[in-house]
Design a protein around this ligand. Structure first.
Ligand code: TXA
Ligand code: MG
Length: 315
């Protein structure tokens, strides 16, 4: 049973120890990472992992990312080939997830019955401290109800999952603001399963050309699900704001709120989900007909931002 309101924990030794204690007891904790807040549980504990799916209302076929403190611990749960090692050395710790052959160490439910496992070494100092204090693999999807906007602040986690989780470790807003880029090395080359916090251009500079595998409908990563990150109010991309709409800008110009007034994609990524939460709240308050977001260029992090916005705009 979870308390009706989660414990709010902070950056101190006692609270980090409390997070580890809750995880060992099979609890669920909102965990800050550099991308978004994760909903953390002990990846070796099937009951704890099952609680993640229940709390999110998540279809069980959609597998979870396992978080580890370093490369050495990754090799205990997954087989790391030569190509994966190059990527790991270039981008970990950081916002990249690799889908690798599993060693079968974590609960079956984590991988949804697949022979592969998705692994990530997060860069956030508190995620690192929790991983080291807990001393085991942590399964963590984004800490939002399935299909809704991802959380980049502790308050988003509380708003979405209160009553279903045990605690949230509050570390302020997430720096990157977009989920990790998911890659699957394989015999036919490196496949991009989800655009994310590391731009395609950066990965290609290290690993050569990527094969995109973002076909909608073929659910291998959540980015491949059609509708996701949904706002309550209808979302429109580009075009001129109409009377009665909430406008979200990018670059100079007037709007109700902005992703970045200087047109900076890194800033826009960091602000994206918080702005969607805010715009949706304002739309409800003003009984607006919808939310209109300025066009974002398709380069660098713009590709992942547009991916999230397109899915959020599907009705
Ligand atoms: O930045 C992130 O990746 C955040 C933070 C918390 O680390 N996590 C996150 O998790 O976005 P989630 O569950 O919302 O998205 C992870 C997705 C899964 O939905 C799944 O589709 C994909 O990763 N995935 C997990 N295991 C997989 C596997 N074995 N093969 C293919 N895709 C997999
Ligand atoms: Mg998610």
């Amino acid at each position: 049973m979870s308390p009706s309101h989660p414990e709010i924990l902070h950056n101190n030794v006692k609270d980090i120890a409390r997070v580890a204690e809750l995880l060992r007891a099979g609890g669920l904790v909102g965990l800050p990472t550099e991308t978004v807040y994760g909903l953390a549980a002990d990846a070796r504990n099937p009951q704890a992992v099952a609680r993640i799916f229940a709390a999110k209302g998540r279809p069980t076929f959609n597998p979870l990312i396992v978080h580890l403190p370093d490369l050495g611990s990754v090799t205990q749960v997954a087989e790391l080939g030569a190509e994966a090692r190059v990527l790991a050395e270039a981008f970990w710790p950081g916002p990249m997830t690799l889908v690798l052959p599993s060693r079968g160490v974590v609960a079956d439910l984590v991988s949804g019955g697949l022979a592969t496992i998705a692994v990530r070494v997060p860069a956030h100092p508190l995620a690192q401290q929790v991983l080291k204090t807990f001393g085991g693999p942590i399964a963590a999807p984004s800490a939002n109800p399935s299909g809704q906007i991802s959380p980049t602040m502790a308050q988003h986690v509380v708003n979405g999952l209160s009553g279903k989780i045990d605690a949230v470790l509050d570390a302020g807003p997430c720096d990157v603001g977009l989920e990790s880029t998911i890659l699957a090395p394989g015999p036919d080359g490196l496949r991009l399963l989800r655009e994310g916090g590391i731009a395609r251009e950066q990965i290609e500079a290290v690993a050569g050309p990527l094969t995109s595998d973002l076909t909608p409908g073929r659910v291998e990563a959540p980015g491949q699900m059609e509708r996701h990150y949904a706002t309550k109010a209808p979302l429109h991309l580009g075009g001129i704001p109409q009377p009665g709409e909430i406008s979200v800008g990018f670059g100079p110009g007037s709007a109700d709120m902005t992703l970045s007034d200087t047109g900076d994609l890194t800033q826009a990524a960091a602000n994206l989900f918080a702005i969607l939460h805010q715009a949706d709240a304002l739309a409800t308050e003003r009984n607006a007909s919808g939310i209109r977001i300025a066009s974002i260029p398709e380069t660098g992090l713009g590709a992942a931002i547009n991916d999230r916005l397109r899915r959020a705009a599907i009705r």
